[in-house]
Write a protein that binds this ligand. Structure first.
Ligand SMILES: [Zn+2]
Length: 180
């Protein structure tokens, strides 16, 4: 199946949430920008329906949820790749530092596409960092099916138009460097 899948597991906000970063505030906009940038065959988008405080779709404990079951059904058809879209607050301390977009998983050093997309974005003037040690169960399960999976964390402090430029540059990478 020559289909791209976009997942947005943390897009539902809830101000009563017990989690400090209650949702990924700009992830859905970034994901939709990617969706419309793909020519012809539009990706399949899986978007969260509940706040992560109720079900965190990017954790192993959520694998029996409808969201993750739907993803698994798609994975059995061997899609082209999965783009898992997140965002982080710019004041976040720690591993993302001053990244405009971070790309990662729990063992990114083993994955050529992560290094390649990071370099591609950097060559386009974007502060893109490959990071490790992200809890990324969606990408983890995607890899178990032999499908390339890339997790993106967009900086929430960016201007909208610039963030969309980054999202479109990621689609360019998929089309030029992966699809070709
Ligand atoms: Zn997230």
């Amino acid at each position: 199946m020559n289909q791209v899948i976009i997942t947005v597991p943390h897009s539902v906000c809830n101000t009563d949430s017990h989690i400090r970063h209650t949702c990924d505030f700009v992830a859905l906009d970034a994901a939709e920008t990617m969706y419309f940038k793909f020519p012809d065959l539009k990706p399949i988008m899986l978007v969260a329906d509940v706040n992560r405080d109720i079900t965190d779709y990017n954790r192993k404990s959520s694998r029996s949820s409808r969201f993750r079951t739907a993803l698994r059904d798609l994975l059995t058809n061997q899609p082209f790749c999965v783009l898992d879209v997140h965002s982080f607050p710019p004041e976040y301390p720690g591993e993302f530092d001053d990244a405009e977009v971070a790309i990662g998983s729990n063992n990114y050093k083993l994955e050529p596409y992560i290094k390649d997309v990071t370099k591609y974005l950097a060559d386009n003037g974007i502060r893109a960092y490959a990071v490790g040690n992200i809890i990324a169960d969606i990408v983890q399960e995607v890899k178990d099916y032999g499908v390339p999976g890339l997790l993106f964390e967009f900086n929430e402090g960016l201007e909208t138009e610039y963030r969309r430029y980054i999202a479109e540059s990621i689609v360019d990478f998929v089309l030029v460097e992966m699809w070709a």
